[in-house]
Each structure stands twice: as C-alpha cells, then as structure tokens.
Design a protein around this ligand. Structure first.
Ligand SMILES: Nc1ncnc2c1ncn2[C@@H]1O[C@H](COP(=O)(O)OP(=O)(O)O)[C@@H](O)[C@H]1O
Ligand SMILES: [Mg+2]
Length: 435
C-alpha cells in the first residue's frame, strides 16, 4: 500500500519570480538587483523541485561564494521553508542539509570549499552571486555532477563587469530553448521602496548604482570617487557665504597645466580663476591680490614644485596664515587614508554631498567626477594617480585640486578667533570646522 503524505508549504513567491518557478528549460540565468529576493527564490525553487522529484534519492545543492554566506544567509531561509512540515524533514545543522519525506535532499555549500562538491551527483544546483564564484568551479566540478541525472542548473547574481557571469548571461540569451533568462532591475521590479533607492543613490557612485541596482554589466568594479549625482546637487545648491574665508592655490607644475586660485567662504564657492603660463613672481602677485581683496582666514598652497616657491615668497612678503600643503604627506588619519590627497578629497566629497554649494560653478564638475579610487595594501583609501588619469586621456583636475586644498585643515573664521576663549578652543571644535 502506498501512503500519501500531504505537505503544506508556506512560501508566497514574489511576482517577479513566478516565471522562474514555472520555467521549462533545464538551465537558468537571472541577473538581478541587490535585495530583490534572489536567495529566497532560489532556495524555494530547489525545495519545490526536491519535493516534486519522485526519483531515487534526488540531490540538490545551493552554492554561495563562501560557506559562511551559505550558513548565515541561505540556511535560515531553508529552515523557514521547512517550518510548516518540520516533523517530516530531517535537518542537519552540521551538514547544512535537509532530507525531505520523499528521500530528496537539499544541501548548502560554499564555493570556497570546492572539494566538498567533488564526486557527487546532482539533480539540480543553484549558483548564487555567481559573479563572486571562481569560474573554474562550473566546468570542473559542477557540470560533471549534473551528467548522471541530467540535472538542472541556475546561475543568479548581480553584475560585476564583463566577467564569467556576463559570459553565461550572453550565452544563455542565445539559446532560449535551453535557458530561462531574466533581468530584474530595481527601476522595474518595484520591490525596493523609492525612498530606499534614492538613499542608496546618494551613497553610491553613479557607476556603482547602475551595477548594483540597474543590472549594468558595463560598470566594472573600479569606481568614480565622487558621483555625478553628488556633484549635480552641489552645483544646484545655493549655500550661504558664512564661515571661514579660504583661498586654495593649485600652482601649475608643467607648462601645459593651469594655475588656479579659488575662493571659498564657508559652504559657498565664491570664485575660481585660472591662469596659464605665469612665472613664480606673476602667480605670487595674483595670490597677493586675491588675499588683499578677499581677506582670507587661511590660504592653502599646493607646495609641490613651483608652489613651494610661491609659499616662500608669500612668507617673505609677511603674509600670514599661509598653509603649505603636500598631497603626498601623511594624513591626519593614517588608518583610513593613504595620503593627504585622499584625505582632502574625502573631506571635500562629504562636504559636497551634505552642504557644499557650487552654484554658478559647473565648470568644476568634470574635474570632480574624473578620479577613481582604490585601496592600498593596508586597506587605506587611495585616489587614482594623475599619471593614470592622463593615461585615460583626462586632464589634470586642477580646479578640483584647488577646492580640495581648502579642506587640508580646519580653519576658524576671524570673528570666532576674536571671540573670548578662542585661545583655548581647538579649530576642530569650532562650529565651522571642516574636518
Ligand atoms: N517571497 C518573499 N516573501 C517575503 N519576503 C521575501 C521574499 N523574497 C525575499 N524576501 C525578503 O527580502 C529580503 C531580501 O531577500 P534575499 O533573497 O536575501 O535577497 P537577495 O539575495 O536578492 O539580496 C529578505 O529580507 C527576504 O526575507
Ligand atoms: Mg542573496
């Protein structure tokens, strides 16, 4: 006599994944935005296939890039799925494996431990976050495991440039009889609230956002340091001219570079003047003119090359509050930044995002968005070197550098300095402090 067991499953697929669950093709490739429910859908898909399989000891596998991810993220989803029929399933916490009443099993693996996968057979497999999985795993280990049972496979993930995942996606699209394909972009799925997406946009560069939320394979994993959105907002922002009056001077290093004299008053960029072909005395003359008119609380001069001469000359002329800035010098926070340049640009970026006003100075935009960033061996932020920027055919960001110089150090405005107690107050604690 055959006993029948009815199991109720408490899983309501998101609308975006219904077509996936109903697919007829053996293989699948889904390119989807972050937090859209990929892992939940894949776990459910494996469990449903496992429950539905009346073969002998069917085996299914879920593979995350790291074993720890499988355990922390996917394993709780498995347990949620079996909660409704827990008494009929065998759950092994040590193997991250469930065995269902029909003898099928679903087990979780990490691609960081491929040996655990060798030599097994599989009726179905999901490779989650495929862009982060070593591309050798599929041909060498997974594909052979499917041969016995003509098992199914699903590749799912968020893009990371034109890598192996992109290769699978392109190949899959060419064979619709064999492959189910879907691309789920945040602007189309309506899964994440608009406010959350706007927030994410503010915190990410345009290229990161296009990759993580709009499924773009065109954005490799190198990033624009300041996003175009942040710059556009700052250019549209009319900030008050309140706070310290600062001058930034970026002195030409080579014949083809410009010298820049820039004035900022608190959160407002006041003026940007550029000069070409001036000698040391001429550029110093322009700076003294700017100082006499603007009466700044601080003058920051890029001290590399001819800039050092400008600093000496200004001091000789008895100008005070001249700060010599060396972009390659040690930053204040040596644990986060590779050098002073990275630190100044970071402070400037936060300012642009939160309150900086560049109204009327859209000419800075190209410079501000041109730099990419990375991390050094000690995991400290470093910015793209000028020579690399030039190799990409982009000009030296002189205007951006001049503005960044004004963030080299916090300066209190004159009126605050005249106030009682100023001697005791460190500039960092002033309400106008930049850092
Ligand atoms: N079908 C569903 N019903 C309810 N909640 C879901 C569903 N699918 C996903 N979620 C929830 O959405 C969030 C993201 O799911 P997850 O699968 O981890 O996303 P992704 O893998 O795409 O980053 C989780 O909080 C998860 O519980
Ligand atoms: Mg996931």
């Amino acid at each position: 006599m055959v006993e029948r067991l009815t199991i109720s499953v408490d899983y309501a697929p998101r609308a975006q994944f219904r077509a996936f669950h109903g697919r007829t093709q053996r293989f699948g490739c889904i390119v989807a935005h972050r937090r859209c429910g990929k892992t939940v859908a894949c776990i459910a898909d494996l469990m449903l296939a496992a429950l539905d399989n009346s073969g002998v000891r069917p085996r299914y596998a879920y593979i995350a890039p790291l074993y720890k991810q499988a355990k922390d993220v996917a394993w709780p989803y498995i347990k949620d799925f079996v909660a409704g029929f827990r008494a009929y399933a065998t759950v092994s916490e040590t193997d991250l494996k469930v065995t269902l009443p029909n003898g099928s099993s679903v087990r979780l693996y990490g691609a960081d431990n491929p040996d655990s996968l060798r030599g097994i057979y599989l009726d179905g497999v999901v490779l989650d976050e495929y862009a982060l999985i070593d591309p050798r795993l599929w041909p060498e280990v997974i594909r052979p495991a499917l041969a016995d049972r003509e098992g199914a496979a699903v590749f799912i993930g968020t893009p990371r440039g034109r890598d192996a995942f992109y290769g699978v996606w392109r190949a899959a699209q060419r064979e619709p009889d064999l492959w189910f394909t879907a691309m789920l972009k945040a602007s189309e799925t309506d899964i994440l609230p608009e406010a959350e997406l706007n927030q994410a946009r503010r915190h990410m560069s345009a290229s990161q956002y296009a990759r993580e939320f709009e499924c773009s394979f065109d954005e490799p994993d190198v990033d624009q340091f300041i996003s175009s959105l942040v710059v556009d907002q700052a250019v549209a922002r009319d900030a008050p001219a309140l706070g310290p009056r600062l001058i930034g001077v970026d002195v030409a290093r080579f014949g083809d570079d410009r010298s820049v004299i820039l004035r900022r008053n608190g959160d407002r960029l006041v003026s940007v003047d550029t000069y070409r072909g001036l000698d040391l005395m001429e550029i110093t003359g322009r700076v003294t003119q700017a100082i006499d008119r603007f009466r700044p609380d601080g003058v920051f001069v890029d001290a590399v090359g001819m800039g050092a001469g400008v600093v000496d000359r200004l001091r000789q002329l008895q100008y005070g509050r001249i700060f010599e800035v060396n972009a390659g010098a040690k930053p204040r926070d040596g644990s986060k930044f590779a050098n002073k340049r990275a630190e100044m640009w970071s402070t400037m970026r936060d300012w642009l995002r939160d309150r900086g006003g560049l109204a009327g100075h859209g000419e800075l935009a190209d410079d501000l968005v041109s730099l990419t960033y990375g991390f050094d061996h000690a995991n400290r932020l470093k910015l793209e070197a000028k020579k690399d920027l030039k190799a990409r055919g982009l000009p030296s960001p002189d205007l951006g550098d001049a503005l960044a110089l004004t963030f080299a150090q916090a300066i209190a405005p004159e009126d605050l300095r005249a106030a009682p107690g100023w001697d005791r107050a460190a500039p960092e604690t002033s309400p106008f402090a930049e850092l």
